[in-house]
Design a protein around this ligand. Structure first.
Ligand code: PLP
Length: 285
């Protein structure tokens, strides 16, 4: 596999990053994951926009223009022959000579930019989407700026392990009695023709897939209600689902051992997945 590191395309075994890199020492970096379908990028502009926001929130310089980032994404997809899969992009504050809590001077330290691809055959025609996911709830113990897409993913990683040990697919995180989001996705319930999902704030990541799905709700004859919901309300909902760049719209069929409906993916979640895939493919670049 060919990867990109700081201006160079290299075989993955030859790519190197300093041990003083602030992402390695302090989790001081941001990332994006863009999916690839039919060799094309899904909602690249949305991901580029959120990346710019993450960088701004952390006072990090923008090392590359959007057009240059697009070119690198496309080149990696091409050289690695990705038909279905992902492009991972990470930008860190770089590697100053010493470890220091204070940000280094951006004039003297250049950001580290890394991109690589992951092939994921069956991303769109997914067996998991046909089956539906089972989730447990866990306490949300992350930091308070979840709107910034940083590489500090230890708690989500712990959450995925809790789910794995419980024999289910993922975890929904709960704070002050309300669901925030999934470990790596936004969470939704469906009641009648209404999609209910937590409103945007610093408490959750502003999902690019979330924005798209809420835009497409009308096409599925559905209304959107952005508000808090509890696990108990979710367990009584008609349907539930999650969204993320790598899962698109994924039905949820069980929450904390309680089966939703007949335990199979509901018609609205399936319809939203269909519309999302259709529309995103049309707009893919
Ligand atoms: N919420 C969290 C915590 C995430 O990590 C992610 C994606 O990685 C999402 C939501 C979904 O965001 P997107 O749709 O932009 O992939």
């Amino acid at each position: 596999r060919t990867v990109y590191v700081n201006g160079e395309y290299l075989p993955e075994g030859e790519a190197k990053v300093s041990i003083f890199d602030r992402a390695f020492l302090m989790g001081d970096g941001v990332y994006e994951v863009t999916s690839v379908l039919g060799g094309k990028l899904i909602d690249f502009a949305g991901h580029a926009k959120r990346l710019a926001r993450s960088l701004d929130e952390l006072e990090m310089p923008h090392p590359l223009a959007e057009a240059e980032l697009l070119e690198i994404h496309r080149e990696l997809v091409r050289v690695n022959g990705i038909d279905e899969g992902l492009v991972y992009l990470q930008i860190t504050r770089g590697a100053p000579g010493d470890r220091d809590f204070v940000y280094p001077d951006p004039e003297t330290t250049t950001p580290t930019v890394v991109l690589f691809t992951q092939a994921k055959p069956g991303l769109a025609d997914s067996p998991a989407a046909r089956r539906g996911m089972r989730v447990i709830s866990i306490e949300d113990q992350r930091w308070g700026r979840r709107d910034i897409k940083t590489v500090q993913l230890l708690y989500p990683s712990m959450g995925k392990m809790m789910a794995k040990k419980a024999g289910v697919d993922d975890a929904w995180m709960v704070e002050d009695g309300a669901v925030t989001e999934g470990t790596s996705n936004n969470a939704y319930i469906v009641k009648g023709n209404r999609i209910v999902t937590r409103a945007l704030s610093n408490d959750i990541l502003h999902g690019i897939t979330r924005a798209a799905v809420l835009r497409y709700a009308a096409e599925a004859q559905m209304e959107v209600e952005e508000r808090d919901f509890t696990i108990a309300e979710a367990q009584e909902a008609d349907e539930a689902f999650i969204t993320s760049a790598s899962t698109f719209v994924m039905p949820v069929v069980e929450i904390d051992g309680v089966t939703l409906g007949d335990g199979t993916p509901g018609p609205r979640a399936r319809r939203l997945r269909e519309i999302y895939l259709d529309e995103s493919l049309k707009a893919a670049i």
